[in-house]
Design a protein around this ligand. Structure first.
Ligand code: GLN
Ligand code: ZN
Length: 759
């Protein structure tokens, strides 16, 4: 008889009311002291343990909690504090911990980067001068706390050494093998102490095993897990993969560990295929990730049970299965209980972290007893109701999308001929200057929006306020002498929310927050129904701005792929189809702008890369449909209409072909923040369309000098055609103040003039 165990892989740390964020920020602002911070955070931690216990979870993760980020925790546990923070060894002070994450007066923060294909950002470990030492045993502390305070026999969670090393960077470079040898004894020490303390299961997270694993990587993994098995044989290690199917399945499942965790949601096809082909060792426990840890929808429990049985049937010899989410629940909001502002069909279809625990429990009860708990019928009903909702059968959209997905979406003429007509139309100078879209969202702008939202201001009054801001900034831009103007985006809080609020098919939660980085949380919109254009969204403000000036004003839209990648998306149809639906709605907006006389239109795609699949082999298919979605939005305009796009803060070098394939007349790309690295990519690949490389970083109030920008421009012009080159900042200016923005743009305009003169 097989045994089933319910488990969780990690719980969101922010708390139902974002108490975690509030406590840490209060500490940073000096409102509470360190002792109080510890008290408040341990309350949150214990509440979450208790909650998981009450929900019937048998293997409760401990050590997944953090004061900022779980990767930074491991860095600090090994004493790997970068030298600039002047740490002398021993326990790392909390002030140093936060300084690594956020910087201080004398040292810059460590780099922050996206955690695999999620919107969570971790602090990149820097391996360099310092030798590692064990400064404390973080998972052990958590294990002891749960046991002594709550009587919970927790399952310590650690980031795997292989993944930790893969995510690290060297100063200037490092050998992964050498560092593995340095860290392995310390890592083993952590595990040995856990074993001595009586821990049984330990979850070791190795998501890097789903990306690509070279022969050398595999050897390293074998070395690490071989050593662990030898040194701490009494520990039941669950090697956990997630976000996709495991690479090198056959070798990974033969590692000397007690259990292997696989993701049967995001890696379902690949993992099932591997199970069928290679089986699963009879002496090991399989952790079966059945509940989606990346999305907010209820699980179809009867269907999940069928999958569970199918998996169990594939490995008849196994005696133990762990029922668990696909990954840590860190990536979903805490509780759906407060979501009473949504249509009931939607509200009932949600499962945030707490509700997902109920689902795990229900599946495990069903597996153990053979009876289906009440939640089974409830989940089926809710999902059937959602599936039958009118929002999901917008015939016109569906038909239009199925037609468009098999047709090419191309401009009516090629760039070389469009370009001449566009030049004749606008007669812009060489090296035209422009900005990315937003101007300072000052406290005043935000306060005005608040007053309007609360009903203190009428819509009329708010519109007047926005109009006055637009006018002010059109005047400023004319005064500075920019060539292509923008209206400033004062009416928008967030570039996705603004459009989502106006498009049928989107909904917004009250408390659906997830941690993005540190204490910054985001509340992604839900895309639940067919997305459709309803009414013009940006024409009023843009046309008003254009009426104030004879210079061109760019219309400003957020692109379909960015809207998709920054939302929680329905899972009944493909992401590709949803992207095309959004793209068609945006096409109508583009056409409405054109109709209103706005014939330079920018469609921003800063998050194009965020949907990048983890496995290299899947990337070209994604890029193909992402590019297509952009072109669906932008290809029906007249040849004299100039399409712009914008991208920022990501790796561009391996997707220049796709960027070019967007066929945008002009792209503006962030370049200065990443120290001009992008320029090198153009040495080998010339870019044949209009392009503006950001000439200054917009993240600091510092006003860049004319000389700096002239230098940046001349570097760029060594590899790019001056006839196609534009001059703009790295990104939008919404986080800046007015004074510094005006000063920086003045310098930018004179830098452009000087560069023109020297052509
Ligand atoms: N148009 C947007 C702005 O200027 C673009 C923002 C972005 O790239 N994230 O704010
Ligand atoms: Zn940007």
């Amino acid at each position: 008889m097989s045994k089933y165990v319910s488990s969780n892989l990690g719980f969101p740390r922010i708390g139902r009311e974002r108490e975690w964020k509030k406590a840490i920020e209060a500490f940073w602002n000096g409102k509470i002291n360190e002792g109080e911070l510890h008290d408040r955070l341990s309350d949150i931690r214990r509440t979450h343990w208790r909650l998981q216990q009450e929900k019937g979870i048998e293997l409760i993760p401990v050590g997944d909690f953090s004061y900022y980020d779980q990767v930074l925790d491991m860095t600090v546990m090994f004493g790997l504090v970068p030298e600039r923070f002047e740490y002398k060894g021993g326990p790392v002070p909390l002030a140093t911990y936060y300084a690594i994450a956020r910087g201080n007066e004398s040292a810059a923060a460590s780099e922050m980067t996206k955690w695999f294909n999620t919107n969570y950002h971790y602090i990149v470990p820097e391996l360099g001068g310092r030798e590692p030492e064990l400064t404390k045993n973080t998972p052990l502390e958590a294990y002891r706390e749960a046991k002594s305070e709550l009587g919970i026999e927790g399952k310590p969670v650690l980031l795997g050494l292989y993944t930790f090393l893969k995510l690290s960077k060297g100063t200037p470079s490092f050998s992964i093998e050498e560092w593995s040898r340095k860290l392995l004894p310390l890592y083993v020490q952590v595990l040995r102490e856990l074993q001595e303390e009586g821990a049984s299961w330990v979850q070791i997270d190795e998501p890097a095993l789903v990306t690509s694993v070279s022969d050398e990587d595999l050897e390293l993994v074998q070395e690490i897990y071989g050593a662990i098995a030898q040194e701490v044989p009494g520990l039941a290690v669950l090697l956990q993969t997630y976000f996709d199917s495991a690479e090198r399945y056959e070798q990974i499942v033969s590692l000397p560990v007690k259990g292997i965790g696989l993701d049967f949601v995001h890696g379902k096809a690949g993992n099932l295929e591997a199970l069928r082909q290679y089986g699963f060792p009879a002496d090991k426990t399989l952790g079966i990730g059945l509940i989606d840890g990346r999305n907010i929808w209820r699980t179809d429990l009867p269907e999940a049970q069928v999958l569970l049985e199918a998996i169990a049937a594939l490995i008849p010899g196994s005696s133990e299965y762990i029922i668990q989410p696909s990954c840590s629940l860190l990536h979903v909001p805490v509780s759906a209980q407060a979501e009473n502002g949504l249509p009931s069909v939607l509200q009932e279809s949600l499962a945030f972290a707490e509700e997902k625990l109920d689902e795990i429990n229900a599946l495990s009860i069903a597996a153990k007893t053979g009876d289906a708990p009440a939640l089974f019928a409830k989940s089926k009903e809710a999902l059937q109701r959602l599936a039958g909702d009118a929002s999901r059968s917008r015939r016109e959209v569906q038909e239009a999308v199925s037609t468009i997905s098999v047709q090419p979406s191309e401009r009516s003429s090629v760039f070389s001929s469009r370009r001449l007509k566009q030049q004749a139309k606008w007669n812009l100078p060489l090296l035209p200057t422009t900005t990315i879209g937003s101007f300072p969202q000052t406290a005043e702008v935000r306060a005005a929006r608040q007053k309007w939202r609360k009903g203190e201001w009428s819509t009329e009054k708010y519109d007047e306020f926005v109009a006055a801001e637009i006018k002010k900034w059109i005047d400023i831009q004319e005064e500075i002498g920019l060539d292509v103007l923008v209206h400033g985006e004062f009416e928008r809080t967030d570039m996705v929310e603004f459009f989502g609020e106006k498009l049928p098919g989107f909904a917004f939660t009250r408390g659906g927050w997830v941690q993005s980085y540190g204490t910054r949380c985001v509340k992604p919109p839900l895309i639940y129904g067919d997305v459709e254009f309803d009414r013009p969204m940006t024409v009023k403000e843009t046309a008003f701005a254009q009426s104030l000036t004879s210079k061109p004003v760019k219309g400003m839209l957020t692109g379909p792929v960015t809207i998709l990648n920054w939302s929680f998306v329905r899972s009944d149809i493909s992401r590709e189809t949803v992207a095309y639906q959004i793209a068609l709605a945006l096409r109508k907006e583009v056409e409405a702008l054109e109709e209103a006389g706005i014939t330079m239109i920018q469609v921003d795609e800063p998050a194009l890369r965020e949907g990048f699949p983890l496995k290299p082999k899947d990337r070209s298919a994604y890029l193909d449909w992402a590019v297509k979605a952009f072109k669906i939005s932008t290809s029906t305009v007249r040849e004299t209409t100039q399409i712009h796009t914008h991208m920022c803060y990501c790796e561009f070098h391996d997707m220049l072909d796709s960027i070019q394939a967007l066929d945008a007349d002009v792209i503006s790309i962030e370049t200065s923040r990443s120290h001009g690295e992008l320029i090198r990519s153009f040495e080998e690949n010339t870019y044949p369309l209009g392009i503006g490389l950001g000439v200054y970083d917009i993240h600091s109030p510092r006003v860049p000098s004319e000389e700096e920008m002239v230098a940046m421009i001349s570097r760029a012009l060594q590899v790019l055609d001056p006839e196609l080159f534009w001059i703009n900042p790295d990104c939008g200016l919404k986080t800046r103040g007015q004074e510094e923005t005006v000063a920086a743009l003045k310098n930018m305009a004179s830098a452009a003039q000087r560069s023109r003169n020297s052509l």
